[in-house]
Write a protein that binds this ligand. Sequence first.
Ligand SMILES: Cc1cc2nc3c(=O)[nH]c(=O)nc-3n(C[C@H](O)[C@H](O)[C@H](O)COP(=O)(O)OP(=O)(O)OC[C@H]3O[C@@H](n4cnc5c(N)ncnc54)[C@H](O)[C@@H]3O)c2cc1C
Length: 271
Amino acid sequence: MRQDPIIIAGGGIGGLAAAIALARKGFQVTVLERASRYQEIGAGIQLGPNAFHAFDRLELGDAARSIAVFIDRLRLMDAISAEEITNIDLTDYFRRRFGNPYAVVHRGDLHGIFVRACEAHANVTLRTDCDVVGYEQNSAQASALLKSGERVTGCLLIGADGLRSRIRQQMIGDGAPRIAGHTTYRSVIPTEQMPEDLRWNAATLWAGAKCHLVHYPLSGWKVFNLAITCHNDPAEAFAARPVTHEEVLAGFRDVHPRAKAIIHHGRDWKA
Ligand SMILES: Cc1cc2nc3c(=O)[nH]c(=O)nc-3n(C[C@H](O)[C@H](O)[C@H](O)COP(=O)(O)OP(=O)(O)OC[C@H]3O[C@@H](n4cnc5c(N)ncnc54)[C@H](O)[C@@H]3O)c2cc1C
């Protein structure tokens, strides 16, 4: 079992977390990433205490805590009236109760921690430009089949190749992801451009009619992450598509001016 490497298709947060966990158990691991370098797009990610328990098990807890903003509240706001509906205190009691904090981090920073841990571990081989198009297996081995024609063989294969996984498609064949009918627009803005009265140390969700808006501070309070969603039934799925300010606003016409101010301060929106 420990002779052949374990093959992992996909070097996102999931694939690299699996790689470092297996490497620390003594397995040889080869990660096959389609992109030409290991990087994470997108901005903020919220992490509950369970995520930090997992990072601790991977001996990466301190590194993850060092890039986190420890928000002290989850706030639910009414996007029509601009009144607070409720909030959850995330400070001392919460941290004691769950043994770790609730925090927000930049995806790129978190992914970078996993990349560096894998690069530093002798048991992990990180490969790029490896587009996995399928697999073959027998009772002893599994092979990832690359678009280039290469076959990478190991004792087992883990599919961590994301939402449109080729491994899952071949193994389970349950079709393309369902289009939920929601569009999320994302922007990251310098903290000084965030309306001053909304610079809360909180992950805040404004709930409106067929829309919601989320914001929180990131990267040592240098920036605010904005992720706003409306239910506009797009016909097709897309990712990281640049959109105009007007297109973004269209889904949020009825929200309170205080919530709308968040949209006006957004820059370089992507859907
Ligand atoms: C708007 C939004 C907000 C979110 N917010 C949160 C949050 O706050 N907290 C949270 O915990 N989760 C959040 N999530 C979910 C979280 O982002 C995902 O669960 C997580 O990123 C999945 O990681 P992954 O490594 O499995 O897949 P991915 O991040 O998709 O990584 C897959 C990797 O595989 C590679 N790949 C793809 N196809 C192939 C192939 N054929 N061959 C080789 N490599 C391939 C890709 O290039 C990529 O590097 C959010 C998701 C969205 C869309």
